[in-house]
Structure formats: C-alpha cells, structure tokens
Design a protein. Structure first.
Length: 60
C-alpha cells in the first residue's frame, strides 16, 4: 500500500501501481472526466502512469 497526500492535507492509501486517473475516479467519476494532468511530488505525472511510492498529488 502507498500513501497519497492531497492538497487539502488528507491522506488515503492505495494499492501499488494505482494511476492518477484511478485516484481521480475514486474521488468522483465527474472529477475524473475533468482531470487533464497531474503532478506527484511536484513532478509532472502522466495520468495513466502507475504510482509505486508515497507522494503528494495535485490534479489539473
């Protein structure tokens, strides 16, 4: 399990290999449809690229 921190300070756990798009879908299908890009630990991150480490995510 990995820990993902959101901009509001909340932390959720996800399985290794989760993608930013999967995380967005776990929040809301409508939100996921509007996500264009993401960053993980202030690094640009493709929304279909798997995440295998703890980090702070931001959606755009």
């Amino acid at each position: 399990m990995i820990n993902i921190k959101f901009p509001d300070g909340n932390v959720r756990q996800y399985e290794d290999g989760v993608t930013p798009l999967d995380i967005a879908k776990s929040i809301s299908e409508g939100f996921a449809r509007n996500v264009l890009a993401a960053s993980l630990n202030d690094e640009e991150w493709d929304i279909s690229r798997p995440i295998c480490m703890d980090g702070e995510i931001k959606f755009f």
